[in-house]
Design a protein. Structure first.
Length: 114
């Protein structure tokens, strides 16, 4: 059974940084894709960034230059470093692991407000 545990969310002021972590456990194949999605109230869930086990990354246009995704394959952990946060980044952030099917974490709240 695969489980994803996210951490690092919280309340920050505009312009401040925040780092999210997502640790995967269970039967993890060598090749996989891990990613971060977010869902704001009243909006659909959207891709923020993804990274393959080989290190190839993909970013949504609205986070390019501000967010960085990385991973530690030995720990089956993916990170999302978020800099220059804006109020519109406020959302629940979800971690996803793609194997033969998709697995989701429980989500962590990120609130950017002064």
């Amino acid at each position: 059974q695969v489980q994803l545990v996210e951490s690092g969310g919280g309340l920050v002021q505009p312009g401040e940084p925040l780092r999210l972590s997502c640790a995967a456990s269970g039967s993890i194949f060598t090749f996989n894709i891990m990613g971060w999605y977010r869902q704001a109230p009243g909006k659909e869930r959207e891709l923020v960034a993804s990274i393959t086990s080989g290190g190839s990354t993909n970013y949504a246009d609205f986070v390019k230059g501000r967010f960085t995704i990385s991973r530690d394959n030995a720990k089956n952990t993916v990170y999302l470093q978020m800099n220059s946060l804006k109020p519109e980044d406020t959302a629940v952030y979800y971690c996803k692991l793609r194997l033969m099917r998709d697995y989701w974490g429980q989500g962590t709240q990120v609130t950017v407000s002064s």
